[in-house]
Write a protein that binds this ligand. Structure first.
Ligand SMILES: [Zn+2]
Length: 427
């Protein structure tokens, strides 16, 4: 059985992996730029009588240096070059460097060459991690993440991380497919720019089993910027202008890609519309009855915050006060759930003065007169006394609004006069 906790753990792990670069270390967006070939490895090449030999290693370095200069102008980016001169770093060195740097993106620049002598193949193409490389990538990711988790202070946040546990493994697999997804996105952006901005011919984004893509634990692409054995391509990629245009297209793609990453990482909460308060207050009318109940009477079914208001000889019991529709609806549901099936929400205009009559406080109702020596009489010696149907009613005060009456009721309560009931007197 897979528990919800299991998925929660995976989710947390993923959030951690994706977010760690940004949240914890707050490091710059690190890009490894890899100029293909170099030194004794000249890469694809072709001699033309007008421009001499076009060598892949020179074209790739030219593009990468131009691209790097553009990125370095922006303080959000950190650029790491696998080479800045005409030398040959091994493929393992290149991927190790990227993994060690915990780079966010790896971009390898190359020049294509078609096997046929006819040289009809033309245009750009971008490669991402191949379809059957997940296992290798996973091993790399496992090793790399070991390092990440052991040397960051986040160990305490993620003390239970264990690269051989099933949930960690699943998380890493998801991470790998996320890298592939991200690689496809940046690759697509690059190829789009080649077509739209530079009017190049694009052969699209493809998956291939290439070392620099397979051994990286981060989104990685390998860009073939043109065919050395195609006359137009070769002349384009060997010029400063051509290389500048290519560098700009890759640069723009990185900018767009980073924007997308930032959006995903920050995960802005979907803006919940803030509930606006209503003009009126709402109270839930539980019942209208000639019976007078005290606070804890079972007839009130355990509901608290009840305001009884006496009107025309009947007691109306109101539950809750709110000027928010959502709270009103919740209160109504609570009342119905408690057993007041006919409960309904009643609107009160705040601080409304009565056109006719006033509010008063009914302090006492009973068959016997109050003893003049009683506590209540001492606190409120000037109460109004009425007799109806053999019952004595004692009331106190005249208030213009319900709010004033409630305030007075609270003040009396503090003095020890409990169970006073607000009465609406219409005369
Ligand atoms: Zn190459």
């Amino acid at each position: 059985m897979t528990s919800p906790l299991f998925y929660k753990k995976i989710f947390l792990l993923l959030t951690f992996i994706i977010g760690c670069n940004f949240f914890f270390s707050q490091k710059k967006f690190t890009i490894v730029l890899d100029a293909g070939h170099g030194g004794s490895d000249i890469g694809a090449n072709r001699y033309y009588s007008d421009i001499g030999t076009v060598m892949e290693k020179n074209v790739t370095l030219g593009i990468v240096l131009k691209l790097g200069r553009m990125l370095e102008k922006n303080k959000d980016y950190k650029v790491i070059y696998t080479r800045k001169i005409d030398e040959y770093p091994s493929l393992t060195y290149r991927t190790d460097l990227a993994n060690r740097s915990k780079a966010d993106l790896f971009i390898s620049v190359h020049v294509n060459s078609s096997p046929s002598k006819s040289a009809t193949a033309q245009g750009t193409e971008t490669f991402v991690q191949g379809p059957n490389q997940n296992k290798t990538n996973l091993d790399v990711a496992k090793a790399e993440n070991d390092v990440i988790f052991l040397d960051e202070k986040d160990k305490e946040n993620f003390a239970s991380y264990n690269p051989s546990s099933p949930e960690s493994l699943i998380a890493l697999k998801i991470q790998q497919s996320k890298y592939l997804e991200a690689s496809l996105i940046i690759g697509g952006l690059v190829e789009d720019n080649f077509v739209k901005k530079d009017k190049r011919l694009s052969r699209g984004v493809k998956q291939e089993n290439l070392h620099v893509l397979r051994m990286n634990a981060m989104p990685s692409i390998l860009i073939e910027t043109g065919f050395v054995n195609n006359y137009d391509d070769a002349h384009y990629i060997s010029t400063e202008e051509g290389q500048q245009a290519i560098a700009e297209s890759i640069f723009n793609a990185i900018i767009s890609y980073k924007k997308m990453v930032d959006r995903n990482v920050k995960e802005p909460e979907p803006e919940k519309p803030v509930e606006q308060p209503l003009k009126n207050d709402f109270r839930i009318l539980l019942m209208s009855t000639p019976n007078k109940y005290n606070e804890n009477d079972p007839a009130l079914k355990g509901l608290k915050y009840i305001l009884p208001i006496k009107e025309n000889g009947a007691y109306k019991y109101y539950y809750g006060t709110t000027n928010y529709a959502s709270v009103r609806d919740t209160n109504l549901k609570t009342a119905k759930d408690a057993g007041f099936r006919n409960a309904m929400a009643i609107s009160f205009m705040p601080n409304q003065t009565l056109g006719v009559g006033y509010y008063t406080l009914e302090i006492y109702a009973g068959k016997d007169k109050l003893d003049s020596k009683s506590t209540v009489m001492k606190i409120l010696p000037n109460m109004t006394r009425n007799k109806e149907n053999g019952i004595f009613y004692y009331t106190s005060g005249q208030y213009r609004t319900l709010e004033d009456a409630i305030k007075a009721q609270k003040e009396l309560e503090n003095k020890g006069v409990t169970n006073a009931i607000i009465e609406k007197k219409l005369k």
